[in-house]
Design a protein. Structure first.
Length: 212
């Protein structure tokens, strides 16, 4: 399995036009994005299953990881690499029991270090803090501080993901603080050229990934 490191593309159906969805996902995969998360809060089970199956095909073709947002059973059904859980979802231990010990279980920890510590204790594969900046996707999300990343990297032995309003213009402080993964939606999939956006991120990320 590939390392949990680098650009983490959140493919959210509410923020990518339906007729562009798979084309844009394939574009970023062609540029070498190592992780795709499928987030879908609007479609019914059958539609989500069809989309997830297609994403599974694409990510396997390009040797990238597929993470399903919030839905453990969907992750199982399409043989995804893992699941990402929020505070309203099932517990990490339950998700791991249902998915298997070799699967990825990520946890949203928002601006709460205690939440992150508990997630790691319960077996999270990675933890995600944010929002670090104003986010068009989640405008009311709590604002996280860089010290969360710094402390987590000092005290925890799992990868740390940063999310929320991240762009090429503001990503460097997150990388300097030690973030292993940078999760993006709008600055990638809403960009005029998603391929160029990936290339710009990769140029910024490469020195930090090479040093890890």
């Amino acid at each position: 399995m590939r390392m949990l490191q680098g650009l983490y593309a959140i493919a959210d159906v509410q923020h990518i036009r339906a007729h562009d969805f798979f084309d844009r996902v394939q574009t970023v995969l062609l540029e070498g994005v190592p992780l795709i998360q499928y987030r879908d809060k609007v479609n019914d089970h059958d539609v989500r299953t069809r989309i997830a199956q297609r994403l599974r095909q694409l990510t396997r073709k390009h040797q990238s990881l597929l993470i399903i947002n919030d839905d453990v059973e969907l992750a199982r059904a399409v043989d995804a690499d893992g699941v990402h859980l929020g505070k309203e979802d099932c517990g990490i231990d339950e998700a791991r029991a249902r998915l298997g010990a070799d699967r990825i279980v990520g946890a949203s920890c928002y601006d709460d270090y205690g939440n992150a510590a508990e997630a790691v204790e319960n077996g999270a594969s990675y933890i995600a803090f944010g929002s670090f900046f104003a986010s068009p996707t989640k405008p009311s999300a709590p604002r996280a501080d860089l010290d969360l990343i710094i402390r987590a990297k000092q005290e925890m032995d799992v990868p740390v993901c940063a999310i929320g309003g991240i762009t090429q213009a503001n990503v460097l402080p997150l990388l300097d603080a030690g973030a292993d993964m940078i999760a993006v939606i709008s600055s990638l999939f809403a960009a005029p050229s998603p391929a160029r956006s990936v290339q710009e991120y990769q140029a910024l990320l490469q020195p930090f990934c090479a040093a890890s």
